[in-house]
Ligand binder design. Structure first.
Ligand code: GDP
Ligand code: MG
Length: 276
């Protein structure tokens, strides 16, 4: 992966804008992907935060395994890091999130000068920032109107009495460490041309095997037999008609199909990373 070309331009600009946004807020809401909570967090954020409060949302919680979601919440609890489940498919998680904001607002109002609690949503690309933001804005009463001091085009949205959200989410670069490439590639957080699709697909099949969850693949792919990942990928290719003109199996297309099914949730809830 030629990450060097990707990071300096767009991502460096995104980080410098995020740095500016952070100065305006009291609370940073970091979205990480419940299927890959370790790799979808960029440790760079800790450096940028300074002393700002952070709330971690294990987003797309509808896609992570229920038991693993709980284990990850426990992990954050033990680090004294507030964390909650989040999903636009699970409205009660959004309610709990708003409840949390109300509690923080009440708590901070006493100790601070009287102005609204301000927050920003941040996270790596594709983690669900815009979707959650639109969901929240959709239920919010109204925008607060023009406010000087905010980057051109940005506005505050009043989510609750005394709680305002910056209407543009902050983008964090995805981690490009060797360990993060597989989980981030599998969840679709990296541009497709940046990943070795077949490698990612094989690792994904391996993980279903290791976790004893092949039955979920069998539900999707008829006649799939448990075996080596490479053999399983070939079977999927054959059963889906991913063939090249000479009759060989088109493994690249098979891998894309498998990853698309995984990303769309057609292979069941599945978590790729365990808490440390
Ligand atoms: N299953 C599931 N998908 C979600 C959720 N939130 C967002 N998405 C999907 O994730 C993809 C990326 O979302 P987007 O908001 O564009 O991500 P952004 O790049 O962080 O702004 C879209 O296909 C969304 O529909 C969620 O809570 N659950
Ligand atoms: Mg977006």
């Amino acid at each position: 992966m030629r990450s060097g070309q990707w990071y300096p331009g767009t991502m460096a600009r995104a980080v410098s804008r995020l740095q500016k946004d952070l100065r305006l807020v009291d609370l940073v809401v970091e979205l990480i992907d419940a299927r890959a909570p370790a790799s979808s967090h960029n440790p760079e954020l800790e450096r940028l935060l300074k002393n700002r409060e952070r709330l971690v949302l294990l987003h797309k919680a509808d896609r992570g395994e229920t038991e693993m979601n709980s284990r990850w919440l426990l992990y954050f609890q033990r680090q004294n890091q507030p964390a909650m489940l989040s999903s636009v498919q699970m409205p009660r998680t959004v309610k709990s999130f708003l409840g949390y904001l109300k509690t923080r607002e009440r708590h901070l109002r006493g100790s601070r000068f009287k102005r609204p609690l301000r927050l920003v949503i941040v996270g790596i690309p594709n983690v669900g920032k815009s979707t959650l933001l639109n969901y929240l804005v959709g239920r919010a009463a109204a925008r607060t109107g023009d406010r000087p001091g905010v980057t051109r085009g940005q506005q505050w949205v009043r989510l609750l009495e005394g709680v305002e959200l910056l209407d543009t989410p902050g983008i964090l670069p995805p981690l490009l460490t060797p360990e993060a490439i597989f989980p981030l590639g599998a969840i679709g957080a990296l541009p497709p041309e940046r990943i070795e699709r077949q490698q990612v697909a094989l690792r994904l099949l391996e993980r279903y095997l290791e976790q004893g969850k092949v039955s979920r693949l069998k539900r999707r792919y008829d006649n799939l037999r448990q075996g080596a990942p490479a053999a399983m990928l070939e079977q999927i290719g054959v059963s889906r008609g991913c063939l090249l003109p000479e009759g060989r199996i088109d493994l690249e297309r098979t891998a894309s199909l498998l990853l698309a099914d995984f990303q769309a949730g057609r292979l069941g809830r599945f978590t790729l990373e365990e808490p440390p």
